[in-house]
Structures are given as C-alpha cells and as structure tokens.
Design a protein around this ligand. Sequence first.
Ligand code: AMP
Length: 184
Amino acid sequence: MILVVFGAPGVGKGTQAELLSKRRAIPHLSTGAALRQAIAEKTGLGITAKEFVEAGRLVPDEIVTGIVKETLEHDEYKSGCILDGFPRTKAQAEALDAILQAQGRAVSCVINVDVKSDEIVRRMLNRGRQDDTEEIIRERLAVYENSTFPLLEYYKQRGKLCTVDGNSDVEEVYGKIEKVINNL
Ligand code: AMP
C-alpha cells in the first residue's frame, strides 16, 4: 500500500504519518525529515537543500524526487510506504507515478488532512521548529497555495483523493484516517 499523507504545512501530516507507520507497520518517508537530517549531517545534499529549507521554499524537484526514488527501491519499502510531505508539485506527482509504475505499483490513496488556516498558524507556532518563524510560515503557506494545493485536483481526477477533517485532536483525526484506509 502506497499512502500519501497530504495537506498544508502544520496540519499534522508528520504526526499522523508516524502513527500510521507504527500502528500499521508500514515504513514511513518524510522528505522534510530526510532533508533536515542531511542538513544536520552537512552532506552534499544537505548543503544544497539548506538555503531552500531555511527560506521556506521548495527544494528543487530533481533532488527530492531522487531521495524518494532511492528510498522506494530499498527492500524495506517493497511492501509499501507512507509518504509525508511528498509530492508537493505536479512534477513530483508525475515522477512518483513513473517510479511506482516502473515497480508495478501505484499510489493507493492520498489522504488530504484539512485544517482551517488560523488553526494551522497556531499549531506551527507551537511546534517551535527552526523554519517555523512567522515570516517563513507565511512563505511556506504561500508555496503550498501556489504549487501544492493544485495537486488535490490531480489526485481527484485520478480517483485517489480522500479528505479528512483535521480540526480535532490527534486520535480523532487518526480514527478518521483509519476508516478511510479500511475502506480502500
Ligand atoms: P516538511 O517537514 O514537510 O514541512 O518540510 C520542510 C521543508 O523541507 C519544506 O518547507 C521544504 O523546504 C522542504 N521539503 C520537504 N519536502 C519537500 C518536497 N516534496 N519538495 C520540495 N521541498 C520539500
């Protein structure tokens, strides 16, 4: 099963993806976490990605797509994967379809976690991550609106989109996601 946990920054994608991964024993890939780790380790990838992440902008598609391709080719990910924070652009969505098609599989479902915008800003400011200052949050929300939000239509047209109301607490939202998956 290939699940994409989708939504604006701050909707709780990471929390839900981690819970799903633990409880369903499906490996999880967060491109944001992979990039933060590369930046902390000062790898070549990290050095390139740093300026984009710190400005709240998208890391170039080829770089992020490369991370995903490499990960999905590992044995551990042969039975499935929960993608968190990827895809974020149409080029990434098309690349993901091509990677999976070459492996004889496809995206099972895109779970869109829908949260009101004032609640998003409140959650992000509470998180205290380095790229969670007010200015960078504003940039990341604008990037989401312009580049990522249009993917909802991409997946809707392909019959892959399921939207869950993410305005309640973690376990309640998790319950709604479980229901979606059980109905696949
Ligand atoms: P996240 O942890 O998903 O909020 O991602 C943190 C930051 O990592 C984003 O603001 C981007 O700078 C970068 N990033 C993560 N995933 C992607 C992606 N799929 N495409 C481009 N940049 C990404």
